[in-house]
Design a protein around this ligand. Structure first.
Ligand code: IPM
Ligand code: MG
Length: 354
């Protein structure tokens, strides 16, 4: 199995190294991974003058799956947008057609007290956010900053969805709901935005093929509120690119830390890119304190969705559960009485539990 390993910037290298270690540990059971590493983001810009160097894109295209760390650093903020690190992940998503982003938010029993919300609100939580990833205001044209005749500057972005784009992400979400609690909540802003009015209509049309899944609709502002009021009311949430970006960061805090949430970004054939939902955290980069569990859990998702090794995926998830049960905690999830460890030690603990 060919895996493209793209650590990126900030804490990316440290956390990806832990996931690689965990995958290597599985190789003892007869599995073989051919891993090829390549620079991306700020690292890509340093190496080849481009956040997504052609050689990196080629490696990603040839692989069965991509393990991605994180991109971004303040030091690149003054570069033209096309050269900024974020363009790497946006470019990978777009050029590989990774339209379906699965972001599960699960509260590990052991971490229910690490959340900023009360234990009873979050304990046992298990929701899945299905975020559309290659459309919406992220990619819509026209876009840009221009100067009007009056001399005043104007910024423009375009929220835009085609019916076919909505239909395919809706199908992914209904299929996912069918395999879980059979409830799907479609999140829109149909009271204000036509794009999402169409979203709602198309989701209702797709629902006809899934009579066993209960479909509801919610405005995005209400959803943001409900996620902190009573998150357990949700099973699967499906929404557009921008709303999904925002809601998934919010949902991550329910699980105690943004350092816990993995993600899968899939194309129509389940080829995928796997990354933690958090960013490059330049403030703690190089200190060896970042939480590698989101990345390790992303590797588990990779085994499940792209490599068709559900047993190994479950073994990684069980190992993570085990290290949490034993009290290992990185700083972001540390609570009194637990054993605080660094990035490397956490990775080693997961390998030992495997
Ligand atoms: C995410 C990130 C990215 C996004 C950034 C880094 C471009 O926030 O994956 O959620 O906005 O999609
Ligand atoms: Mg985000």
């Amino acid at each position: 199995m060919k895996i493209a390993v793209l650590p990126g910037d900030g804490i990316g290298g440290e956390i990806v190294a832990q996931a690689v270690k965990v995958l290597r540990a599985l190789e003892h059971d007869g599995l073989r991974f051919a891993m090829e590493e390549a620079p991306v983001g700020g690292a890509g810009y340093e190496a080849a003058g481009d956040p997504l160097p052609e050689a990196t894109l080629a490696i990603a295209k040839q692989a069965d799956a991509i393990l991605f760390g994180s991109v971004g650093d303040w030091k690149y903020d003054s570069l033209p947008r096309a050269k900024r690190p974020e363009q790497a992940i946006l470019g990978l998503r777009k050029s590989l057609g990774l339209f379906a982003n699965l972001r599960p938010a699960r509260v590990h029993e052991e971490l229910a007290d690490a959340s900023s919300l009360r234990r009873e609100v979050v304990a046992g939580l298990d929701i899945l956010i299905v975020r559309e990833l290659t459309g919406d205001i992220y990619f819509g044209e026209p876009r840009g900053i221009s100067t009007l005749a009056s001399g005043e500057r104007e910024g423009v972005n375009t929220m835009r969805y085609r019916e076919s784009e909505i239909r395919r992400i809706a199908r992914v979400a209904f299929e996912a709901a069918r395999r879980r609690g059979k409830r799907l909540c479609s999140v829109d802003k149909a009271n204000v935005l036509e794009t999402t009015e169409l979203w709602k209509q198309v989701v209702i049309e797709v629902a006809r093929d899934f009579p066993d899944v209960a479909l509801t609709h919610m405005y995005v502002d209400n959803c943001a509120m409900q996620l902190v009021r009573n998150p357990k009311q949700f099973d699967v949430i499906v929404t557009g690119n921008m709303f999904g970006d925002i809601l998934s960061d919010e949902a991550s805090m329910l699980s105690g830390s943004i350092g816990m949430l993995p993600s899968a970004s899939l194309d129509a054939a389940n080829k995928g890119l796997y990354e933690p939902i958090h960013g490059s955290a330049p403030d703690i980069a190089g200190k060896g304190v970042a939480n590698p569990l989101a990345t390790i859990l992303s590797a588990a998702m990779m085994l499940r969705y792209s490599l068709e090794r559900p047993q190994e995926a479950a073994r990684i998830e069980a190992a993570v559960q085990e290290v949490l049960r034993k009290g290992y905690r990185t700083a972001d999830i540390h609570t009194a009485g637990m054993r605080e460890v660094g990035t490397d030690e956490m990775g080693d603990a997961v390998v030992a539990a495997l």
